[in-house]
Ligand binder design. Structure first.
Ligand SMILES: [Zn+2]
Length: 645
């Protein structure tokens, strides 16, 4: 309870005063799309046919002679790059275990012809003229008959067909929880073109990057199916299934199929999921925002889960499997209450959720984020908070995940811990990111670490990818609070959201916001923390008394230079904080609490040693400690604390 109040008080004034009026850099531009798609879904053959009209605005200063599309589902075929890569990872050992993604393993190799996935482009026209195109597995390359000039618009018309793969990862049909269709990456999707050019990244199971724009998606499907999706349902009173206006009469058109009309403004992807047994609950959580949950009760699955419970847990459920089903149902419904309880804290800390709707949909193999929706496996709080926080870090602040996985996975992990802390649901409560720091120290000890700047597809191991993106990215923000002060870090987060929402910020864009808000240079922090695997280690070299004063010589052992907080605790219980900024910062952090603080001239990054001085006698000191807040990710914490008497 105490921690919750403290965080709330810190965050609240920032929300009020944290607004500034800095404009975007003048060099920034981004492409724009408008998709209109008509989809006909066959739930017997698991195939769909589609018509796609795509308006494309080339806002770049460049003339484009080609365009590229993603054809993600072609990855779900034996011997695809994803299959080969996945099986190869299984031959590598990390921490004594095969490094493959346990959800993929060699499952793609064993897919039968009616189980594979594919997306076939049948025809493609630009401004009415047929175009030459060539599929290279998961990427379609289109050589245009006429170039697209800078700052001009063209229209593409495509016909395509697709087979929904048996669910391996993220998208697919008939997953382990019995959900019929998890429809992510389901349509030919234009690749993004930005200052680095095209991003035709072959799909091997990891990250996404899309063009900002508007979607209009019309799905015709067996009328027994319930759909949860990105976007606002336009014909709710024709559909029903919990979407209808309260009290309205549902008027379904005749026929075996229902046509669902969705629109989604200002997003960079569109996901949907469908099942005939979905239960749909929703909750209005504030003006202009309704949360939805879609889940299903699969008796055999719940029985299996119940059988796996401990005897104690079964006794809690009065040894009645029906009570487990009730518990499961309640978990999904309480998910919306939990989200509603967290929302005010989330919006004050990370920025206001900008859409009118968000859906938690059972349909994942873990969890995966999409605009206005997530596909998750269960309703556990860790998962739903993490995936929802991706609405901020990926769906609205749309970094190129392949290049900056630490900015979406890491920032979402960081936000997840803060929200769980607010809800009182953290395991280790010593500080909000304690578990994340523990994981980071483990990675360092494993000697498997790779720089977080590595392209997400090209890490040598899944283990290194996960830790560089989720863990190191989360520590990056907590440790930024150590450098700039937590209050300033929180202002940086809000300003970052304000300036970069609905855009594609990169690492430098974040650092520039941080520099402007903190009035410090911070490029060195990104260089060391993200671009290298160098580590932090500070310790005490020696202490002595001179003319009744105490001298303490500190020593840097690790390669990464950092500012230093040194706290002295005296036998009488009083404390002093000795603060040494780093020369590369060209600034000092504001005092964070009421402890006496003495600020020193900057520690030059080339220097190994630094001497601080206290007016008190050596014999008065009880404890000397480098960073008692534990936010400095010092890999050898043991030598940070000296107990003198
Ligand atoms: Zn994530």
């Amino acid at each position: 309870m105490k921690q919750i109040i403290a965080i709330f008080l810190v965050a609240f004034p920032l929300f009020i005063f944290g607004q500034t009026t800095q404009a975007l850099p003048s060099y920034y531009w981004q492409q724009k799309v408008k998709y209109v798609m008509d989809i006909d879904m066959n739930v017997i053959t698991n195939r769909l046919t589609g018509k796609q009209k795509l308006d494309y605005w080339n806002n770049s200063p460049d003339t484009l002679t080609k365009v590229f599309y993603h054809l993600y589902w072609n990855a779900f075929q034996p011997n695809s790059m994803m299959d080969v890569r996945s099986r190869r990872q299984g031959t590598i050992q990390t921490n004594g275990r095969p490094d493959w993604d346990a959800r993929v393993k060699d499952r793609i190799l064993n897919l039968q012809p009616d189980e594979i996935g594919y997306q076939k482009v049948l025809s493609l026209k630009m401004n009415g003229r047929p175009q030459n195109f060539k599929a290279q597995e998961t990427i379609l390359e289109v050589r245009l008959d006429k170039p697209i000039l800078p700052r001009s618009k063209v229209s593409f018309d495509m016909e395509f067909e697709a087979q929904v793969p048996l669910q391996i990862r993220r998208s697919g049909r008939d997953n382990a929880e019995g959900v019929r269709y998890s429809m992510s990456q389901w349509y030919p999707k234009l690749c993004e073109y930005d200052k680095e050019g095209w991003h035709p990244t072959p799909y091997i199971a990891r990250e996404f990057y899309g063009v900002w724009g508007d979607y209009e998606v019309n799905i015709s499907i067996d009328n027994k199916y319930v759909i949860g999706a990105t976007g606002y349902l336009q014909n709710a009173n024709q559909i029903g299934y919990g979407y209808e206006t309260p009290g309205a009469k549902v008027n379904r058109p005749a026929g075996n199929k229902l046509a669902w009309h969705f629109t989604a403004p200002n997003v960079h992807d569109f996901v949907w999921a469908a099942d005939p047994d979905y239960l749909h609950v929703s909750k209005k959580v504030r003006d202009g925002l309704v949360l939805h949950a879609f889940y299903k009760i699969v008796p055999e699955l719940l029985k299996k889960q119940y059988d796996g419970l401990t005897a104690t847990r079964k006794a809690e459920l009065l040894n009645n499997p029906d009570n487990y089903v009730k518990f499961y149902k309640a978990q999904w419904e309480q998910l919306l209450d939990g989200a509603a309880a967290a929302l005010p804290f989330i919006e004050k800390t990370f920025g206001k959720y900008p859409y009118n709707q968000y859906s938690f949909i059972q349909g994942g193999d873990g969890g995966m984020e999409y605009p206005m929706a997530t596909l998750v496996k269960g309703a556990g709080p860790d998962l739903f908070v993490h995936e929802w926080m991706h609405s901020w870090y990926q769906c609205v602040l749309a970094t190129n995940e392949s290049l900056y996985a630490w900015m979406d996975e890491g920032f979402a992990t960081y936000a997840e811990s803060r929200v769980l802390n607010y809800l009182g649901l953290l395991r280790d409560t010593s500080f909000a990111q304690a578990d994340t720091y523990k994981s980071y120290y483990q990675v360092v000890r494993s000697n498997k670490e790779e720089p977080a700047i590595t392209h997400a597809d090209h890490f040598n191991t899944n283990y290194a990818y996960k830790n560089a993106s989720y863990i190191k990215g989360a520590v990056f923000l907590e440790q930024l609070g150590y450098i700039t002060g937590a209050e300033v870090r929180d202002r940086i987060l809000l300003e970052y959201f304000r300036q970069w929402k609905f855009k594609h910020p990169d690492a430098n864009d974040f650092i520039r916001v941080a520099e402007k808000v903190s009035e410090m240079k911070l490029d060195w922090y990104k260089e060391y923390w993200i671009n290298s695997t160098n580590t932090i280690d500070y310790t005490f070299d020696s202490l002595w008394e001179e003319n009744g004063k105490t001298k303490i010589r500190l020593k840097r052992i690790g390669e990464v230079p950092m500012p230093i907080d040194l706290q002295l605790t005296f036998k009488d219980g009083t404390k002093e904080l000795h603060y040494i900024p780093l020369d590369l910062m060209y600034g000092t952090k504001p005092a964070e609490d009421a402890t006496n603080r003495k600020t020193y001239p900057a520690w030059r990054w080339t220097d190994e040693m630094y001497v601080v001085e206290s007016d008190r006698r050596l014999g008065d000191i009880s404890i000397a400690e480098i960073d008692p807040t534990m936010r400095l990710a010092d890999v050898e914490r043991k030598n940070n604390r000296l107990k003198l008497q």
